[in-house]
Design a protein around this ligand. Structure first.
Ligand code: ADP
Length: 653
């Protein structure tokens, strides 16, 4: 018989207690795992994770309590009112949902933590006391208010710890199995502690048999079944969450990898872009530079103090610079093509055929032609053209410059006139020196004529004239007269500045004439003249008076050299001969000769070493010979000076 006032003595089946703690730890482990999943889930998948997690956790907590209550054995049979048990189960799920909701938030401030833990603690405590209320046994339950309060406080406190742990560990990637398991043990033990505190608050007093409607007995098989199903559900939840976590970690890794690659590719593309931008800027700068230098070049070409042009290979102009157009007064259209010649050249210089031939020859060339200025005046110009060729050597363009040579032309003409005048002066000068010789030449025949005329007169007035002698005397008079007249006409020819003639002349004859002219001079200066003239020389084309003048200059220079030489050897040799393409004449004296460094200087106008010299003799002689197409030069010789001139043979000889 059991006393009505004595509390029933309950005992614990410790193996069941251990199992209930195990389930609590497993449920906590699951809760920690699921918090992470709920945290990372967003949008539509968040709700399934939250509710699935809440169910799994709820089952765990509920089962743990149920198990713990079943571990408590009383000496009476205990049944459970299943609707209340079911409500307790729903409360467990609700508490789990609240816990998951708070723990999975982005932030958890103090207020959230406290609120969450109060709700969760209340849920767990509610679950516990609902299960107590579901008990159907022949006893009434009395509660120690202090311990009940303690158990509720513990429930809230442990909920707070659980929330903080779950929140702290929800970053799944940083989790380690040990930390998670450790936290789960703490949480599981805490939940169990709360439960057993709650149990300690209850005392059972025997009473009448309970109302067993809707009550069920939990058989050992059902007890174990609940434990196994709970563990399977928790395991399934943990596995699902871990697979999902791995998948999401993998996705995160792939995402990061992708992001890294995209970032790298973006960097590369940006570098390429930058390079392209730099290149474009560089090219734009270069093009700008080319444009500017082209402008500068055009400005230079247009303002150059020269007439510049370019022409097509056939010679028709495709560019005339501004100066050219300004000078000629031609418009661009008028000057292009062959307008530059037809509209600007002097009519006499419009030798289009010659110009076309020069362009066709493809070699650089220069031509002189007069061009009309815008005011109508003509001036002489030098037109120089240079071809530009392609890699095959074909002319693609002509470039040229047209330079004003009017002043040069004028001074050339003036110089030529001055030369002519000087030539005349020197001839007169030479003749002056020859005056005595000429006088002697003429005096001789005149004296003879006078002598013979007197003799003839005497014969004529005598009673018996000697007719034979008379005839001889008159014949001599005629001969002497003729000789004097020849001398006179030669001198006249020399002194006359008349127009040049080009006739076939015998050079030996000219040498002989000059020698007879200078004979007296040679004698006076005791010059020993020797001639070595080649016979049968071909004739040359020339002006005999000019050629005589050259010879007179050379021989007079030789005479002077001999006169001033110390030795007075007095030898003078005049030679003539035939060369490959002409006839040569040499005048050699054996005087002091000419220093080699003066060899070319002596031909310069106004070069003289003589006190009374004018230095034009050799210069004029050279230009005379060159105007005959020949050459006059100083030939090196061992003694004295040796001058030689060569003349080309007359082709129509
Ligand atoms: P010029 O006789 O008036 O000096 P030339 O032109 O005839 O002018 O001669 C120039 C110079 O050449 C002479 O001053 C002289 O120094 C030199 N020269 C010319 N011929 C001879 C020569 N046969 N021997 C030495 N020197 C000569």
């Amino acid at each position: 018989m059991i006393s009505a006032n004595a509390a029933l003595h309950g005992s614990y089946d410790y193996s069941e207690v251990a199992r209930s703690v195990l389930i609590a730890i497993a449920a906590s482990y699951g809760a920690l795992n699921l918090t992470g999943r709920v945290t990372t889930a967003s949008g539509r998948v968040r709700l399934p994770w939250l509710s699935g997690g809440a169910v799994a956790m709820g089952i765990g907590i509920w089962a743990m309590h149920l198990k713990a209550m079943l571990a408590f054995q009383l000496p009476v049979s205990v049944a459970y009112h299943w609707p209340t048990t079911l409500v307790a189960f729903l409360v467990a799920i609700l508490a789990s949902a609240i816990a998951l909701f708070f723990a999975s938030r982005q932030k958890m401030g103090r207020l959230e933590a406290v609120t969450g833990s109060i709700f969760m603690g209340a849920g767990i405590a509610g679950l516990h006391y609902l299960l107590m209320a579901a008990m159907r046994l022949p006893a009434t339950i009395g509660y120690s208010p202090l311990l009940v309060a303690c158990s509720i406080l513990l429930a809230v406190l442990f909920s707070l710890i659980a929330l903080l742990l779950a929140f702290g560990l929800r970053e799944e990637t940083r989790w380690t199995i040990q930390r998670r398991a450790g936290s789960a043990i703490v949480m599981g033990t805490a939940i169990s502690a709360m439960h057993y505190t709650g149990m300690a608050a209850a005392s059972f007093f025997p009473s009448s048999p309970p109302d067993l409607s809707h009550a069920v007995n939990v058989s050992p098989v059902a007890n174990n079944g609940i434990a196994i199903v709970t563990l399977i559900v928790i395991l399934a939840a943990v596995m699902t969450s871990s697979v999902d976590r791995r998948a999401s970690v993998e996705i995160q890794r792939l995402n990061k990898d992708l992001e890294r690659r995209v970032a790298e590719r973006t960097r590369q593309l940006e570098a390429v872009n930058q390079k392209l931008r730099n290149e474009i800027a560089e090219r734009e700068r270069a093009e700008e530079g080319v444009r500017r230098s082209e402008d500068r070049l055009r400005l230079v070409i247009d303002t150059l103090p020269a007439l510049v042009w370019s022409k097509l290979p056939d010679g028709s102009a495709d560019f005339l610079n501004q100066r050219f157009r300004e000078y000629t007064g031609l418009s661009v259209d008028e000057g292009l093509g062959w307008g530059w010649m037809r509209k600007a050249f002097h009519p006499e210089d419009q030798t289009e055929e010659e110009w076309r031939a020069a362009f066709a020859a493809g070699q650089p060339f220069e031509k002189e032609a007069r061009m009309r200025r815008a005011d109508g005046a003509y001036r002489w110009f030098m037109h120089r053209a240079v071809p530009l060729r392609d890699e095959l050597g074909n002319v693609v363009k002509w470039y040229g410059i047209t330079t004003d040579i009017e002043e040069r032309k004028r001074s050339e003409t003036a110089l030529q006139e001055a030369r002519d005048r000087l030539a005349h002066v020197t001839r007169t000068h030479a003749m002056g020196e020859l005056a005595a010789a000429i006088a002697h030449e003429i005096n001789q025949p005149l004296t003879a004529i006078v002598t013979n005329a007197n003799f003839s007169l005497r014969q004529l007035i005598s009673s018996s004239p000697n007719l034979a002698e008379l005839q001889t005397a008159i014949t001599e008079i005629v001969n002497d007269g003729t000789r004097a007249s020849a001398v006179i006409s030669r001198i006249r020819a020399l002194l006359m500045k008349g127009a040049l003639s080009r006739v076939q002349v015998d050079i030996n004859e000219i040498v002989e004439d000059v020698i007879s002219l200078l004979r007296n001079e040679l004698t006076r200066n005791r010059v020993n003249l020797r001639t070595e003239l080649a016979s049968n020389l071909p004739r040359v084309l020339g002006d005999s008076v000019q050629l005589q003048q050259v010879l007179i200059n050379l021989i007079m220079n030789a005479i002077e050299a001999i006169r001033f030489s110390a030795e007075h050897s007095g030898r003078l040799v005049i030679r003539s001969g035939r060369s490959a393409d002409g006839v040569w004449v040499q005048v050699q004296d054996y005087g002091p000769g000419i220093e080699p460094e003066l060899a070319e200087l002596v031909f310069e106008p106004f070069f003289t070493t003589k006190v009374e010299g004018i230095g034009m003799g050799l210069s004029i002689s050279r230009s005379i010979i060159e105007s005959h197409g020949g050459q006059l030069s100083l030939v090196s010789s061992r003694q004295g000076a040796l001058f030689e001139f060569v003349l080309t043979v007359a082709t129509n000889d």
